[in-house]
Design a protein around this ligand. Sequence first.
Ligand code: RTP
Ligand code: MG
Length: 138
Amino acid sequence: MSERTLVLVKPDGVERGLVGEVISRIERKGLKLAAMDLRQVDRKLAEQHYAEHDGKPFFESLLEFITSGPVLAAVVEGPRAISAFRQIAGGTDPVDKAEAGSLRGDYALEVQYNLVHGSDSPESAERELKLWFPDLQA
Ligand code: RTP
Ligand code: MG
């Protein structure tokens, strides 16, 4: 059964020219792009997207970072797309958690500048897809 996940290439990844690398790995894994959009994230969308982290010490700098430059937002679909993309991304901390061979393991050093986002569960995916792509057909 196919599922959908929200993938973001964060401002660091766009700035460093790694959009193609991210898309390439998604496609090579066998996942499909259902929608894609380069956009500037405003404070409101950033707060809604990262609502679960409200109150944490890194929340404010996370909002500043995600609104600091264009973000590539994509809807990615395929069998087990949510877990499959989390595997491609690697763990949140790019050195201690992300394995070599993952995007974060290969291209990132600091936890805030960890290149990509992927929804972490079916519930998160549903919420985030509504937020970022409200007009997307089911
Ligand atoms: P994401 O939501 O961006 O896909 O990342 P994730 O699930 O792997 O990690 P999550 O726990 O949801 O954290 C969201 C983002 O917040 C930043 N962060 N900074 N300074 C810190 O300790 C810290 N911890 C998390 C990262 O950019 C992380 O991706
Ligand atoms: Mg997360």
